[in-house]
Design a protein around this ligand. Sequence first.
Ligand SMILES: Nc1ncnc2c1ncn2[C@@H]1O[C@H](COP(=O)(O)OP(=O)(O)OP(=O)(O)O)[C@@H](O)[C@H]1O
Length: 331
Amino acid sequence: MLKVHIDSFGYKDQNILEDISFTVAKGEHLALMGESGSGKSTLLKIIYGLLHVENGSIFWGETEALGPNFNLVPGEPYMKYLAQDFDLMPFITVEENIGQFLSVFERETHQQRIDELLKLIEMEDHAKTKVQFLSGGQQQRVALARVLAQEPEVLLLDEPFGHIDNFKRNSLRRNLFLYLKEKNITVLTASHDPNDVLPFAKRTLILEKGRIIADQKTKKLYNTPPNYYTASLFGEVNQVPIKLLKSYAEIDRSILIYPHEFQISKSSGLRVETQRSFFKGSHYLNEGKTEDGTTLFFNSDKKQILGKTIFLNVSLKTINKRLRIGQTAST
Ligand SMILES: Nc1ncnc2c1ncn2[C@@H]1O[C@H](COP(=O)(O)OP(=O)(O)OP(=O)(O)O)[C@@H](O)[C@H]1O
């Protein structure tokens, strides 16, 4: 089990992380989400041992990760970290870059392992290409293969697909996370992209201004987000005063409604005038205004006619689910 405890951490006199305490079980995949600047990379760097924490400790089982003040070469042997700025050797080939990270004691299996990793990152055709001639996305894939070369027990991934195009991203994501699960590798993935998180990380930790504001099963977090900030990390979301939904008019609270949770009616519901309609491939995301001027986002299968009045409805099941989480009008 990975045990992370940080009372506080700051660069110079600015506090960046505070009251961070969580554990990750062996083989678990934990996602870290939070807006840019919330401290995700800093947290991963501390866990890996690149930054020293005065008030805190990191343990992997019974072993304490002592950090840069104690290790001549930063990092721990059982842990690997994929940084946002992947640190490759530009003048040697892809397979040489991966090979450098393999154990010198297993030379006879090196080529087999390199081939396995090249297949995982879908770069078999670039084995002999020098890294300097690769695109940013290809370099990120090589960096990924490097951190996996000597199978780590703990893997820290910082925006692992940030530079990779959608065409490759989807299959790489599936291959990688399935591989890590099969190998029972403990994973922490920092990401802005809900597609990295929702299908793959069972548990998610939300950071806001350097503090953990939620630590829950990912599915629960998505379905009953504790606040607007958390829900908006998963995509567009509405904060709807309940009094706009007629039968609940006496309750002075807001609830969170995702755009796909509205059903459109021609005759009854919350009256909205469509202002804009964005094509999203599988559906349209529409922006509408209620009579009291509240902006709402709702999905539709067809493009909505701008200026037209429609009515939005939310199922009782969704309303009750969101009401139960104690969402107040001010959050
Ligand atoms: N080396 C540094 N020196 C001083 N301040 C830093 C340093 N690195 C990061 N910071 C600051 O610490 C805060 C947290 O940064 P961090 O990179 O951890 O956030 P993040 O959540 O990973 O952001 P992003 O999603 O944009 O990568 C930011 O305000 C940032 O400006």
